[in-house]
Design a protein. Structure first.
Lengths: 320, 188
């Protein structure tokens, strides 16, 4: 009972949340389009012969475009149902003493109640043995999980941990498009390899070369090479929006912007005062993009200052 | 012929629109009901927790008989109020149980041994969490009521709400502003 009840301008964070949601919807559309185009480019690069006539090019495009769209749509469905088990294994969660487990579980349950999650929707809890203060949210068909590091448990108060967990649950509620980037990268690599292979085995295309067909093949190769970078670029900007959205969501769930702002400051302080081992033992090596706080990714995570400022706009104490 | 086709298309669009709006209203009303159920669940948790708290506190503060009696009495009354299932009844039970829990906490302040015992520490975390859960289920309920009432009142879904008698729901209000703030147990 240390601080006065926090007044929150609910209108402002609702509006803010709406804007962010649209931004993230755009990222899904961009990724879907990129994926469909990558598959189409892979098909062109692999199957289209340099001597194809104009009419055949049109009919080739007309028959392959629906196939590309269908494959892209199917991949998205499968992707959204991917399991998080493997990521959790990579992070390596540990058992903690019953009191600590109960403490984290309680907070996760509180935030699930605030978010209106029920039954299977309530995420499981994981603790990662690392001194780096951080938290992660993982989701898949098998359920979802919120994982926190032992380092985070050590430095946060109950309220602050609540804010961090609310942020992670905010991520779970909005979904994630990062896996799309991996898929686009994979498709482009497969497209390039299969195209080069097909061209090698087919030998030189004999007959009259059609400049339009050649141009299409070259363009598709260029696109295949550029696609992963385009997707990363699109996601980097959306990633920042996702972080801000999760922060706004955390305020909506906890109605306590102070605690989240304080937690951000503490985590930032812990990272700048202690040199955590890089790579291998580092938590963000395992799940860089998933992290609540990412010291190496200022392009994908808004800087702490910006996040705290945003929280102040949502009603946090200006002196934090 | 063309006229009939246009008429059929218009009717079909209106029917589809009505179905979507109706389902939207039903979904929101169900969320309101589910959220209310969540409040009751959390109140039940607190209701069940209080005897444990009393039992543990008694070990260290045996002569605070009056406090334990009043807490037990308040708990019984809360049980009766909650059994009515009405918003007011549940709100009353909420307040009674909250005050009861606060009373035991006040006792703990006066008995350092009690406060320091591991068992009571765990119960206090449970209590703090349950208080939070009650508060957050209330918040989620009010959010869902707000969402439902807005949908019910805004054009054009208000037309369907009138036809199918979707009645307004009440927000869950807490009279005592102090009760809005959950118990905070300081572990530092």
């Amino acid at each position: 009972m240390d601080s006065a009840p926090v007044r929150i301008d609910r209108e402002s964070f609702r509006v803010r949340l709406g804007k962010l949601k649209r931004g993230i919807a755009i990222s899904w559309v961009v990724n879907f389009t990129l994926l469909a185009l990558t598959i189409e480019a892979a098909l062109i690069f692999t199957l289209l012969s340099g001597s194809t006539s104009n009419e055949k090019i049109v009919s080739f495009l007309l028959s392959t475009i629906p196939i590309s769209l269908a494959i892209a749509a199917l991949s998205m469905v499968i992707l959204s149902a991917r399991s998080w088990k493997s990521i959790v294994l990579e992070l390596g969660t540990v058992q903690t003493d019953p009191a600590t487990t109960k403490y984290i579980q309680n907070i996760v349950e509180e935030m699930s109640i605030a978010a209106g999650l029920r039954g299977d929707e309530i995420p499981q809890v994981g603790v990662i043995p690392s001194d780096e203060p951080n938290a992660f949210a993982l989701a898949g068909r098998g359920g979802s999980m919120v994982a926190v590091t032992t380092g985070l448990l050590q430095i946060t108060t109950r309220e602050e941990l609540q804010g961090v967990i609310a942020h992670e649950i905010g991520h779970l509620l909005t979904g994630d498009s990062k896996a799309m980037t991996k898929l686009i990268a994979m498709s482009s690599v497969v497209g390039i390899i299969s195209g080069i292979g097909a061209r090698f085995f087919r030998g030189g295309d004999n007959g009259n070369k059609n400049p339009l067909a050649i141009a299409l093949i070259v363009l598709s190769l260029i696109f295949l090479i550029a696609a992963p970078f385009l997707s990363q670029l699109a996601n980097a900007s959306m990633q920042r929006k996702r972080e801000s959205q999760a922060d706004a969501m955390a305020v909506r769930l906890t109605r306590n912007p102070d605690a989240l702002a304080k937690a951000l400051r503490k985590i930032d302080g812990a990272y700048s005062s202690v040199a955590f081992p890089k790579k291998k033992h580092s938590v963000d090596h395992a799940a860089k993009q998933l992290a609540f706080f990412n010291r190496n990714a200022y392009r994908t995570h808004p800087p702490i200052e910006e996040r705290v400022h945003e929280l102040k706009r949502m009603g946090a104490d200006p002196s934090i | 012929m063309l006229g009939t086709i246009i008429a059929i298309v218009v009717v079909a669009i209106v029917v589809i629109w009505a179905v979507v709006q109706y389902n939207g209203l039903v979904a929101r009303r169900n969320t309101v009901d589910e959220s209310f159920g969540q409040i009751e669940t959390q109140l039940q948790r607190r209701f069940d927790l209080i005897p444990n708290l009393v039992a543990t506190a008694k070990e260290y503060a045996a002569h605070e008989v009056k406090v334990f009696e009043s807490v037990t009495e308040a708990r019984a009354e809360a049980g009766r109020a909650a059994a009515t299932g009405s918003t007011e009844g549940v709100a009353k039970a909420d307040k009674l149980l909250h005050d009861a829990a606060m009373e035991i906490n006040a006792v703990a302040e006066a008995y350092p041994d009690l406060k320091a015992s591991a068992n009571f520490g765990q119960l206090q975390e449970e209590l703090a969490s349950t208080e939070n859960k009650v508060a957050f289920s209330r918040q989620a309920y009010n959010d869902s009521v707000n969402d439902y009432n807005t949908k019910r009142e805004s054009f054009p879904s208000n037309i369907l709400a009138k036809i199918f008698k979707f009645t307004a729901r009440d927000m869950f209000t807490v009279e005592d502003p102090a009760a809005r703030r959950a118990v905070r147990v300081d572990f530092s």
